[in-house]
Ligand binder design. Structure first.
Ligand code: HPA
Length: 406
């Protein structure tokens, strides 16, 4: 379904809807596996325009195909976008009653119904609510899929570090778009999927791709992600990231254990009403990064003869890198490392009572402490170069970490 959602979102951006400004994209997969897309096309005599679904069906028929296997419809309104009555009838000419029709809104909300369920409903997303069960929560979906066997350890993989997920044994991947309310990463190098498998026999869930404050999606989806993991049984959250070195003793290419953080994001993911079921209103942050887990990693590093560093991580929103003056200020504040992630997840995880381990791949010397300018390409390249060390360190540490995740 992920490819259809991507195709429908892409074609939605090309919709011609200057009157209603309601942009709709539709992607149809046919029984042969081909994908056809359509966007809505309005005219000045609105409402006699062409719906996205009809334009996709027309493209399919013109290409000689007549059997629909799956449909995605995505609008730019918050509510899941339902096909209108005429489109439902037209789709049902080509789609058997059990064909899945996924209806998405702009904020990640989704309803999925079969063609047969959808056909009799009155027009409009509100009417759909009456008879079609809501899409399960992310935690509900994961419980259905994995039962009680979800791993107790989850690892968020930072920029350039996604390869760890590719090397899990017996992997099962779930796209974030299957998980209600999960983030939609938009940064190169962040794919947005959960991969569950084992690493050296230890069950582990990896989150490949993360969202950052600078993407402008807010931190609500991160809260959903962390709380869903907690609900399905995760007890240890390992946060990996890429960072710039402020401390002179920390060299690029090194892995650093995060000992504490400084939140310079100007926001906090817990702002807003507090639901006591998730955690307390004023959670303690005096020991965010678990000392026991750090000890395990330090011991694994020495048995691997891998030199690692440790230090305080300071988070900025980005997306611009820091100025030399900011780096001098951050050093005076006590920061050893600087980056644009991790802190929101760490706060949410501690709020939810999870143990947190933070591992940073140092990709560069921070701005102004060296002659060359900074680039994201360098972050990715250096992250990839050090990824092997991070993988070895994680693999060696996981069996002992698992004993702390009971
Ligand atoms: N600054 C902010 N974020 C980063 C850096 C940096 O120097 N390196 C990798 N991520």
């Amino acid at each position: 379904m992920t490819d259809l959602v991507t195709a429908a979102r892409a074609v939605r951006e090309r919709a011609y809807a200057p009157y209603s400004r309601f942009l709709v994209g539709c992607a149809i997969r046919t029984a042969s596996g081909a994908v056809f897309v359509g966007a809505n096309v309005e005219n000045a005599a609105y409402p006699q325009g062409l719906c996205a679904e009809r334009s996709a069906v027309a493209a399919m028929v013109a290409a000689g195909e007549q059997r629909i296997a799956e449909v995605v419809v995505v609008g730019n309104g918050a509510a899941p976008c339902a096909p209108c009555g005429g489109c439902r009838q037209l789709l049902s000419e080509f789609a058997p009653g059990d064909t899945a029709v996924h209806m998405l809104g702009s904020d990640g909300g989704r309803r999925t119904a079969t063609m047969g369920e959808l056909l009799p409903y009155a027009f409009g997303p509100l009417a759909l609510g009456a008879g079609i069960p809501p899409t399960p929560t992310a935690a509900g979906y994961l419980k259905d899929r994995f039962g009680d066997g979800f791993p107790k350890i989850a690892v968020v993989l930072g920029s350039g570090l996604g390869g760890f997920a590719d090397r899990l044994e017996a992997p099962t991947a779930v796209g974030y778009d299957e998980l209600e309310g999960f983030p939609r990463p938009s940064v190169e190098g962040h794919v947005g999927r959960l991969v569950v498998g084992t690493c050296g026999g230890v069950p582990v869930a990896t989150l490949q791709g993360r969202v950052h404050v600078y993407e402008g999606q807010g931190t609500g989806t991160l809260a959903t992600l962390v709380r869903a993991l907690r609900e399905v049984g995760v007890r240890v959250l390992i946060l990996t990231n890429a960072s710039g070195a402020i401390a002179a003793a920390i060299r690029p290419g090194t892995i650093a254990l995060i000992t504490d953080h400084i939140n310079m994001l100007g926001t906090n993911p817990l702002i807003g009403p507090n639901d006591q079921r998730h955690g307390p209103r004023f959670p303690d942050m005096s020991a965010v990064y678990d000392a026991g887990l750090r000890g395990i990693v330090a011991a694994s590093a020495s048995s691997l003869r891998l030199e690692i560093a440790s230090g305080v991580y300071l988070a900025t929103t980005g997306p611009s890198f820091e100025t030399p003056a900011e780096i001098r200020a951050f050093r005076a504040l006590g920061a050893d490392l600087v980056g644009m992630s991790t802190v929101p997840e760490a706060i949410l995880a501690r709020h939810a009572g999870l143990k947190v381990l933070g591992l940073s791949v140092v990709t560069n010397i921070a701005a102004g402490l060296r002659d060359a300018p900074l680039s994201h390409a360098e972050t990715l390249a250096m992250g990839e170069a050090a990824a092997g060390d991070l993988e070895r360190l994680l693999t060696a540490s996981l069996p002992e970490i698992a004993t702390h995740a009971a």
